[in-house]
Ligand binder design. Structure first.
Ligand code: HEM
Length: 233
């Protein structure tokens, strides 16, 4: 059984990732045509695509720390696709906003960006994601050299901005943890944890913990390399 799995052109993780990534779009199209998108379908589409974009973004951010913690190297190979899926959903999200919601009325769109903080944050996050998506391919990695890593580190700046966009778009009481504010706060907490896990001394601690405690019980695999790359790539 295990041998047969190994011979498949895709790994189970790869299949799960692609299925999860496309599921939101398939469901959205299905619900659109079967009229299951609430009384305000445009808002429902904006919200669903926005949530999927941010979830995929956080998943791509989690790949490196999880590999460093558990030595699961395959996650590094999936990071770029997750990041690109996040950008794909963010683009659909923005197109829905600009076209379906605002009918491409540019002056009104610009006015809204200036007037509403959450839209300004969303726009900032989106504009910063684009160069990351374009340069996520190997050809750019080779061309940019060391600067590639530097550029892709801005993902740790983009993710909190996207969460701010999410949090401000919601109504709720941040001090009583009530209302719709709870979900964006969970995303914020996960991002903070992922950032903490990247701190050099925390990484060293987990690397030595893995070597001393976990490796003696695991199969005699070579010790996985610590990965330092970040971003949509
Ligand atoms: C030009 C850029 C963007 C614009 C104009 C924009 C616009 C919007 C709008 C209009 C909403 C719906 C608010 C509501 O009525 O409930 C929304 C929600 C949201 N957006 Fe964006 N957005 C942008 C970029 C992004 C990006 C880059 C991300 C994530 C990577 C994102 C994630 C979200 C999330 C998570 C929500 C909340 C979904 C929910 O209510 O459950 N947005 N955005």
């Amino acid at each position: 059984m295990l041998n047969r799995l190994k011979r498949l052109p895709f790994t189970p993780l790869q299949i799960a990732m692609h299925l999860y990534a496309w599921s939101a779009l398939v469901l959205l199209i299905f619900d659109f045509f079967t009229h299951h998108l609430t009384a305000n379908p445009i808002q429902a589409m904006e919200q669903r695509t926005g949530r999927h974009a941010i979830t995929l973004l956080v998943m791509s951010l989690a790949c490196t720390p999880l590999n460093n913690l558990f030595g699961w190297r395959e996650l590094i190979k999936r990071r770029r696709a997750l990041g690109l899926y996040a950008v794909m959903y963010a683009t659909i999200h923005v197109i829905i906003f600009m076209d379906l919601d605002f009918g491409l009325a540019w002056s009104l769109i610009i006015q809204t960006v200036i007037q509403k903080w959450y839209i300004l944050f969303g726009m900032t996050a989106f504009l910063m994601l684009i160069p990351l998506a374009i340069t996520s391919f190997d050809v750019w990695k080779a061309r940019l050299g060391k600067n590639w890593k530097r550029l892709h580190q801005i993902i740790y700046f983009i993710a909190p901005i996207a969460v701010l966009h999410y949090a401000i778009s919601k109504k709720g009481d941040i001090f009583r943890l009530q209302g719709d504010i709870v979900r964006p706060l969970i995303y914020a907490l996960v991002i903070i944890i992922l950032l903490i896990l990247r701190l050099p001394f925390i990484r060293r601690f987990f690397a030595s913990f893995r070597t001393r405690i976990l490796l003696p019980f695991s199969r005699p695999n070579p010790q996985p390399k610590m990965d330092t790359d970040v971003g949509a790539g």
